[in-house]
Design a protein around this ligand. Structure first.
Ligand code: SAH
Ligand code: F3S
Length: 474
């Protein structure tokens, strides 16, 4: 599937209400928007609130507490949340005791202003303050509004065992770091998620081991910039001396450590920043069969002057050198990307360079967006958001069209080959079929037979659609 517009990606990633088996007497409805990190954070929130007597429900009409874990990356992500709050308002009118809270990046961005802008909100909690939720709920219970948007330099929630929500019992996210220090000029994340800090590799591996023992067969290691992961006795990277950096535990080491949990545990990761993705990580991927051959390497733009305005820290040449390194060291890897059209000052020539990079790389998959100015970012303060919306959108349409062609060609290249697939679910199209993904992250569909979710199978691909391989078990 190609997530082809801002709207679609928000829809595709929108959380459902989630269910846990907690013994709590009060009911929590928890809905997540945005990136995988938010879904992972919601599992931490559910765990903290499980301890405070809340179990989750899928029906917000029966909830005592509604929490929305929000995204602030583009304006339309925020508008969706505001629309959702209006749905909840109707329930609150019937049940005045209902508590409504906003978590995540929008909470962090707007802080207590959110209480004024959205009168029905009782509680505003930023991404580093979830441990405080039980206290904050008590304050709300006493009839006050409550806000905690303090960002932390240390918090990684390393000791909290997430409650796995909405799970197929086979694939899970593990957060390995928090925050981002990159300051891409268009991006609000460094402001909403604070400074970059890495989580203790022991606690990460322990979490992977426990998941494997419970039957999980794939973990995705999450961070805004995983290649920048560095652990040395809990220090933030910015506070490490050169020596401490040299002797630190790197992402390549972490990949190998987690891959060592079991050859039957697949390891994925997201997201790689081109400026930090060095060959050591690629060698680690090549060395272990169970580290998936799939790299998400957001380019954003194919033009060096534009990349400079974006403050991405690499040129077009550097990016293409990283692509060459992937082809050299992990030749079978699939590569995906993120692209923004219509960023400040984007000329026709600059835009064409983005299309050229797409032609050169032929990405397997892409997340594509038009630029949305975010308050407080460098771009908002220093550059003019001068590309008319029409042009932003027509450029986006061009990018999407080209990517659809490349994606379809890439999928077709899988025909006639045997793919090792982790069985993840019964296919949406037919009860008689199962579906999973190959190492390259392409969805593969095959007859159900005696297969169980969590098995590995070899599938010979005999047919395909635009985004899916279909085949038989061999
Ligand atoms: N490093 C992060 C990036 C998070 S944001 C990660 O782990 O994925 C995801 C993508 O949203 C970015 O790569 C970028 O393509 C897009 N994006 C970020 N800010 C944006 C903005 N202001 N307007 C449009 N797209 C944006
Ligand atoms: Fe945003 Fe750039 Fe970090 S896109 S999340 S500031 S790597």
């Amino acid at each position: 599937m190609i997530l082809s517009s801002n709207k679609q990606i928000d829809e595709a990633r929108q959380g459902e209400a989630l269910i846990t088996k907690g013994q709590g007497t009060r009911k929590l409805f928890l809905e997540s928007y945005g990136c995988a990190m938010n879904f992972s954070d919601s599992e931490i929130v559910a765990s903290i609130l499980d301890g405070a007597g809340y179990s989750t429900t899928r029906n917000f009409e029966e909830a005592d507490l509604i929490l929305v874990n929000t995204c602030a990356i583009r304006d339309n992500a925020e508008q969706r949340v505001r629309g959702r709050l209006r749905d909840f308002n109707a329930v609150k009118k019937k049940n005045p005791g209902l508590i409504i809270g906003v978590l995540g990046c929008m909470a962090e961005r707007l802080k207590s202003n959110l209480l004024e802008e959205e009168k029905i909100v009782d509680l505003v909690v930023g991404p580093d303050a979830y441990r405080d939720l039980p206290n904050l709920l008590q304050t709300v219970g006493e009839g006050h509004k409550a806000v905690n948007v303090l960002l932390s330099r240390e918090e990684t929630y390393a000791d909290i065992s997430p409650v796995r929500l909405d799970t197929n019992g086979v694939t899970a996210f593990i957060s390995i770091m928090r925050g981002c220090d990159n300051m891409c000029s268009f991006c609000v994340v460094p402001y909403t998620r604070g400074r970059e800090r890495s989580r203790d590799p022991e606690s990460i591996t322990q979490e992977a081991r426990e998941l494997f023992e419970k039957g999980y067969r794939e973990v995705t290691l999450l961070g805004q910039n995983v290649d920048s992961y560095l652990w040395n006795s809990g220090k933030a990277k910015k506070e490490m001396s050169e020596e401490e950096k040299q002797s630190g535990f790197t992402f390549a080491m972490l990949l190998e450590k987690v891959a060592g949990v079991s050859p039957d545990l697949r390891v994925r990761f997201s997201t790689s920043n081109p400026k930090d993705m060095l060959d050591d990580v690629l060698h680690a991927i090549a060395k272990h069969e169970n580290i998936c051959k799939y790299i998400h390497l957001p380019v954003q733009s194919g033009n060096t002057a534009m990349l400079e305005r974006m403050n991405r820290g690499y040129s077009r040449e550097f990016y293409m050198d990283r692509i060459a390194a992937i082809h050299r060291i992990v030749p079978e890897a699939a590569i995906s990307t993120d692209i923004i059209t219509g960023f400040c000052g984007e000329t026709d020539e600059e835009f064409k360079d983005t299309l050229r990079v797409m032609e050169d790389v032929r990405y397997d998959f892409a997340y594509m967006f038009f630029y949305s100015e975010r308050p407080g970012t460098y771009a908002q303060k220093k550059y003019s958001d001068d590309i008319p919306e029409e042009l932003k959108k027509s450029r986006l349409a061009e990018v999407i069209k080209l990517q659809q062609k490349h994606s379809a060609e890439r999928v077709r290249e899988g025909l006639g080959k045997i793919h090792r697939v982790l069985v993840e679910r019964v296919s949406k199209r037919s009860e008689e079929m199962m579906s999973g993904r190959n190492s390259q992250n392409t969805v593969v569909v095959f007859p159900r037979g005696e297969l169980k979710i969590g098995d590995y199978v070899n599938v010979l691909a005999t047919e395909c659609t635009l985004a899916t391989l279909i085949g038989k078990v061999v």
